[in-house]
Ligand binder design. Structure first.
Ligand code: F0G
Length: 446
């Protein structure tokens, strides 16, 4: 059921087809190069793109900009304790700032870090400590059709193989990402989190949860995990996060803000280390790279993120969008995640090889046909992996309405109609950093 009405609006425009064609060419067929003014429905990311509530805007005005001992920081500490159950908080400018602070404190050169799946910035920050990030998804994670409830789970079997290979002493940290963004945003069960806790204890490692989408994950647990059928989402979230020694959080997702993040932990020694690193890289530990007003808005956002009505509105909107696309014949990854619909472009364009970037072709065609911007997460973003050719259509929180999704579905139908006639893309330039080429590389039609 819908849980919001609008109090402020932002004008959007659909450029003409000729303009869209010109924009695509000028952007080098890379949608990151488009101006937002050229986009009609922007599904590039759910990160920092949502709408804040009136209560958050009110908090913003009351934000305390004191350098040290800000009242807004105390509000954040209280919110993190109430919502997530942790007593120590180090605010950062966003999630990757938290990753830098925490992984810099925990890792040394030569370490190995298992994670159900590392998000790009997590992988990069672990590598930046000269440590080795290893993905441990379960087998069905990359099967777009398997109808299982927790395809985001951490594979204990794979993690044990990592221990066999490298030895427990080289694995000081184990990470679980909930939901598992880089595995189609799939949910993680509390049972799996408990098992990862036990595994971390076995090898004497610190257990970190990447909590970016912890509230959306808790909603799925309430729907799908028998034991929690009658539990409140707030209780589920606290229970699941409570198994971790530390959290890395991007407030831009389930903090319901446009900027911000933090590390949270109950370990006082780790807290001290993180504070020192935060002073170096982020700012004094009571603001940490955020304006006091943004800290205040995040404190309110965290509480709103675990409200039942918000989550039902949010997750059902994304689920319905996925169902609408599937109903017109678009091959979508199932089950639908909490923050995005992932489309299988490999199945949509069977005549295109991986080298012709079918996902990027689909992303460009959605822009050409309807000014819609999504993001490719297949061979273009992840060269040399055997992942499916997915395109992510991420849904900003509390932002778009049914009419926007109707437009995207009509746009997808237009692409479906010409699916056999579209041709592939190829790289037009050699990227400087191949591992992040999808943000900047230009392409051209084959
Ligand atoms: N961890 C996960 C699972 C993420 O999805 C992200 C960001 C981060 C960490 C880093 O947080 O952006 O605040 O620095 N994901 C965004 C996305 C960018 O589009 O999925 P950040």
């Amino acid at each position: 059921m819908v849980a919001y009405k609008s109090k402020m609006v932002e004008r959007i425009r659909l450029p003409s087809r000729e303009q869209r064609e010109r924009n695509l060419e000028a952007a080098g067929y890379n949608l990151f190069n488009l101006s937002s003014e050229e986009v009609f429905v922007d599904l590039l990311t759910d990160s920092g793109t949502g709408a804040m509530s009136d209560a958050q805007w009110a908090a913003l005005i009351r934000g305390d900009e004191s350098y040290a001992g800000s009242r807004s920081f105390e509000e954040l500490e209280e919110a993190v304790a109430d919502v997530m159950g942790f007593s120590n908080v180090v605010p950062t400018h966003q999630g990757r700032g938290a990753e830098n602070v925490l992984y810099g404190a925990l890792l040394s050169a030569g370490d190995v870090v298992p994670n159900n799946t590392h998000f790009d910035t997590t992988r990069a920050h672990i590598s930046n400590q000269d440590a080795d990030p290893v993905d441990c998804p379960i087998d069905v994670a990359h099967d777009p059709d398997a109808e299982e409830p927790f395809k985001g789970n951490f594979s204990l079997e794979r993690a044990r193989a990592v221990v066999e290979e490298h030895g427990a002493e080289r694995i000081p940290v184990v990470v679980q990402t909930i939901t598992n963004n880089s595995a189609a945003g799939q949910a993680v069960s509390v049972e799996n989190t408990r098992k990862v806790r036990e595994f971390a204890d076995e090898i004497d490692a610190t257990f970190v949860i990447d909590a970016c989408r912890f509230a959306e994950n808790a909603y799925f647990v309430s729907q799908r995990e028998e034991e929690f059928a009658d539990a409140s989402i707030a209780d589920i979230a606290r229970e699941q996060l409570g198994y971790a020694d530390a959290l890395v959080m991007s407030g831009k997702k389930d903090g319901l803000v446009n900027a911000g993040g933090f590390v949270a932990t109950d370990d006082d020694a780790l807290f001290e280390q993180c504070k020192q690193r935060a002073i170096l890289y982020e700012g004094f530990p009571t603001y940490g790279g955020m304006a006091g007003r943004d800290v205040a808005a995040m404190a309110v956002g965290l509480r709103e993120a675990v409200e039942d009505a918000y989550l039902e509105d949010r997750i059902e909107q994304v689920r319905e969008f996925g169902a609408q696309l599937a109903a017109v014949g678009v091959p979508v990854y199932t089950p639908t995640s909490g923050h995005a619909v992932y489309v299988d472009a490999g199945e949509l364009f069977p005549h295109l090889d991986a080298e012709e970037f079918p996902g990027q072709v689909l992303a460009c065609e959605l822009y050409r046909e309807g000014g819609v911007r999504g993001v490719e997460l297949g061979s273009f973003a992840f060269p040399d992996t055997d992942r499916p050719e997915l395109v992510r259509l991420a849904v900003p929180r509390r932002t778009y309405h049914r009419e926007h999704f109707d437009h995207v579905v009509e746009t997808a139908e237009a692409v479906l109609e010409k699916r056999e006639t579209v041709s592939g893309l190829q790289l037009a330039s050699d990227p400087v950093m191949p591992e992040i080429r999808h943000f900047t590389a230009e392409l051209e039609p084959v």
